[in-house]
Every structure is written in C-alpha cells, then in structure tokens.
Design a protein around this ligand. Structure first.
Ligand code: MN
Length: 510
C-alpha cells in the first residue's frame, strides 16, 4: 500500500458505464467524453475492452493516440488474445495501462471455470486461478510497464485466498491491485476491513497501489469506496453520474466531493478539477440517454436549491447555514451562459469548446445554421440546448437514412395520420400511415418506407430547459436481431424530435 495523501481517480464511464446503458457509444462520442474526462483531470481513463469488438478496439486506439494527460487503460480477461489486443490498442499511448484479472470468489471460480481442465476440485481450481493470473500479469507486463490486476468479486471471496492471489500477482509485476465489490454486496465496515486486511496480510503490498471498485446494488458504493480509502486504498474507481452495471458504480463526483468537502476528516486529496463535474455529468447523461435525477447528490438540478421558508431565510443570511458546497465548486454557476441569435460564430465555437465539443470547420458551419434557427424560435439558447443540438446535427453514426419531410394530421376528433419522405442511401421514398397518436403514425410511416423490423423498446421525451417554447429531446431504444441501440433527436417541435430520434436509432443499427 502506498501511503501518499493523494488518491488517484480512475474513471470507467467508457467501460463499466457504457456496458450499462444497453447501448454502445460510437467512437466519436467516446472520444468527446474522453476529452472531457481529461479536462476534469482524472488520473486514469479506462477507455474500453478492445477484445470485445472491433469498434471498441478502434475507440481505445484512437483515445490512446489523442488524449494527453491521463493514463489510458484497457480491460482484458486473463486470456492471451485479450491482453495482446490491449497491447496493440494502447501502442501509441504515452501512459498505457493494461487491466487484467480473474474471479477470486468461490462462486465465480465454480461458476465460470466448471470445466475439468481448470482442476477437478475447488482447491485445484483455486491454485489454477493463481497460475492463470500470474501468467496474465506477466504477459501484460511484456506489453506495458503499468499493469492493474482485478480480483473479481473480491467482496465475496475468502480473504486468505485473496491475500495469496494478490501476493502472487504483485510478485509477477502488478502495479495496482483492484479489489472490486463486483456485486455490491459488502457494507462499509466490512469493505474497509477487507482493505485493511490486505494491507496487513499481503507481504509485498507496499509495491502496489490498492484500488477500490464498488457497485451500488445496496446504495453503498460511495460509502464503501470511502471506507476503502480510509483503510489504505489510494485509487478510486467509478463513473460519472454513477452509471454502470445494474444499480451502477460509485459516482466519482460524490467520492471526490466527499474527500474534498470533508478534507478535515480524510486529510486526502485528488487531482480533479471539480468545476468540470457539471459539464461532464450532463455530457454523459446526454450521450447515454440516462438523465440525472433532480435530487442526485452533487450535480442534480435540485442539489443546490433551497425551498423551505426557514432554509431559504437562513441561506440568504449566510450560505453556510444550509450549504456545505457551492454550485460554483462543481461548475454549475457557469452553465447559465445564454446565447441568442446575435451570438456570432466565434461565440458559438468558444461556448461549444467550453462544453467539450471540438468541431471541424464544416461541422461548425452546419451547427451555426441550426443554432440560428433554434435561437430564432426560442430566443435564448442554453448550454443544455447546445449539447442536444450537437448530437442532433453531428450524430455518432453515419446517417444513411435521412428525414426529408414530415407532415402529421391529428387532433381530438381526427385519426392521427403521418406522411413522411426519407432518403435511404440517396433514394427518395415516401409513405403514409395512421396510428394511435401522431408519434405512433410517424413511426409506422418511417418503418414502412425503410422496411425496418426494429422493435421500439422505450420512448422518452423531455423538455431540455423550462417553458413551452423549450427544445424537446426524444430518446428511443431500439432492438433488432438482439442488437440494441439508442437514438436521439432534438427540436422545438416534439413530433419532429421524435422522428429524428427514430431515424437516428435506425442509422445506428446500420
Ligand atoms: Mn464493475
């Protein structure tokens, strides 16, 4: 265990987080998030799992090449081909790290390694797991100097066995040992004791950094992470907004603001620039179609609003009466910058850059035209509107289907009818349909003219900002042949936003 007072922040939004949304981010979205994570100054970005798909390999490769500052990490199982894929994807990173590992709980070992070639008895399998882990770490060390080992389901493992495993992988060259509570089963006292037990019982632990990776199945991921840190861990893993498998991972903004706000108690710091939290949070929510609840700690829209009379009165006299952090601490105050139709191209470009979006010249031209149209309709354009517009105008997947024209007819006494014209690979197609409502009619018409068999799993609409003139953003989840994707569309007209979201989803299904 390292005894520094600095806690390294390991972001896995692009790996554990992405897994959760039931969708894959395109390479462009991953890169945009990675740039923002670098601005947030996380220490390590886990960019993906290169062996899982050619797209993920390419995304990790591109991030490793472009992103400066943080260490770029790639995930692998304890399998030679996975590790080689990581090595290749990370070849151009300045600070590459391979994250490999294996299950250490009896449940995982018996469940995932049933085959006799891993040993006939539990004891034999456990010995084999250590051998496989050591081999994997050595193989990874042949590719890079920085190797992190994950002891999967450590939260439910037998501690003595975990100590043996960690001792062996550190001796084999692991620089970081990750102790995941994979199933979110532990409680803070227990998880803290597990980390302390590792510090006290693993002989060579001083050669490695202990990392905590907690899941939120019981709502304890952040509490468990902090319990781990106070007992000797010096790296925290988590995601923005706490997104991740099932109930999610530890929310990094909560862990970091916990350490920062209670520095008096922990005496520890991170390298994070918390003013980037709000922007990062909204970007991740947008791209993954997982909105942030209003009452979410640290970055929810209500996190800093005071409503009861007594609270408001006290707050106005002295902020500290009811506020332990200020909105400015996490970058909320800056978000209210308003753009209007009089904002020039340079102003728009600067604001987009501030929000983390880097656009090529022709893309900026397209965005500017769209921005003017929206500014004309709703007078004031807020940051949230801009984020939605970027996605609408510059979708992550190439659009082979384009919506050209849309007309709906409805009302309380008419059968909702829609007429659409779309371009499919440059060919114009037209069609009409009736439905239960205008959106249903539009979707049926688009499905008919494109010949789509995709199933609509979920449809969500929300007003991006307040007021009836607000932009509406629609998110749809589509499925075809077992593949799921998400589509998004934004417009001041919600029927149009709905149609765009559907078309975006169809394009992403390819
Ligand atoms: Mn996980």
């Amino acid at each position: 265990m390292k005894t520094t007072s600095k806690v390294a922040v390991f972001d896995t939004t692009l790996r554990d987080g992405e897994q959760a949304a039931g969708t894959r981010l395109g390479g462009r979205d991953k890169m945009t998030i990675a740039r923002q994570l670098a601005r947030l100054r996380v220490d390590i970005i886990e960019a993906g799992f290169p062996a899982s798909s050619p797209e993920d390999f390419e995304a990790v490769r591109a991030i490793a090449h472009e992103i400066q500052g943080p260490t770029i990490c790639a995930l692998s199982r304890a399998v030679a081909a996975d590790i080689e894929a990581c090595g290749k994807a990370l070849a151009r990173a300045k600070k590459p790290r391979i994250h490999t590992g294996i299950g250490v709980s009896d449940i995982h070992i018996l469940g995932k390694f049933q085959d006799d070639r891993y040993g006939k008895t539990l004891e034999a399998k456990k010995a084999k797991m250590i051998a496989l882990a050591v081999e994997a770490v050595k193989r990874a060390r042949n590719c890079v100097d920085d190797v992190q080992f994950y002891a999967e389901d450590a939260g439910r493992a037998e501690p003595e066995y975990l100590y043996l495993m960690l001792d062996a992988v550190i001796a084999a060259g692991a620089t970081v040992v990750n102790i995941p509570d994979t199933t979110g089963y532990t409680v803070p006292e227990q998880y803290g004791a597990l980390i302390k037990g590792i510090c006290d019982n693993v002989k060579n632990i001083k050669k490695a950094t202990i990392s905590v990776h907690c899941h939120d199945d019981l709502g304890l991921a952040v509490a468990n992470s902090l319990a781990g840190v106070i007992n000797g861990a010096r790296q925290v893993e988590g995601t923005i907004n706490g997104i991740g498998e099932r109930a999610g991972n530890a929310a990094l903004e909560e862990v970091v603001m916990g350490l920062r706000t209670r520095h008096d108690y922990y005496g520890l710091s991170t390298g994070i620039d918390p003013k980037e939290f709000f922007r990062t949070s909204r970007m991740v929510a947008e791209m993954l179609g997982m909105p942030v609840p209003a009452n979410k700690a640290v970055i929810g829209t209500n996190a800093f609003s005071h409503s009861s009379g007594i609270h408001v009165d006290g707050f106005l006299k002295n902020r500290q009466t009811y506020e332990i952090m200020t909105p400015a601490d996490v970058g909320i105050s800056e978000s209210k910058v308003v753009l209007t139709a009089r904002t020039g191209r340079a102003g728009l470009k600067a604001r987009l850059a501030k929000l983390g979006y880097e656009l090529k010249k022709d893309e900026l031209d397209t965005m500017y035209q769209r921005f003017l149209l929206v500014a004309d309709k709703k007078q004031e354009v807020l940051d949230e509107d801009l984020a939605a517009l970027v996605h609408d105008e510059l979708p992550p997947a190439e659009h082979t289907i384009k919506l050209e024209y849309l007309h709906t007819y409805g009302g309380t006494s008419a059968i909702p009818t829609a007429t659409v014209r779309v371009l499919v690979k440059g060919k114009m197609k037209e069609g009409a349909a009736i439905g239960d409502g205008p959106v249903d009619a539009v979707y049926k018409a688009i499905a008919a003219v494109t010949g789509s068999t995709a199933k609509l799993l979920r449809y969500e609409i929300r007003a991006i900002t307040g007021g009836t003139e607000a932009m509406g953003e629609v998110t749809v989840h589509l499925e075809r042949d077992g593949r799921r994707t998400l589509g998004r569309g934004a417009s001041t007209d919600i029927i149009e936003a709905s149609a765009k979201a559907y078309v975006d989803g169809l394009n992403r299904l390819g």
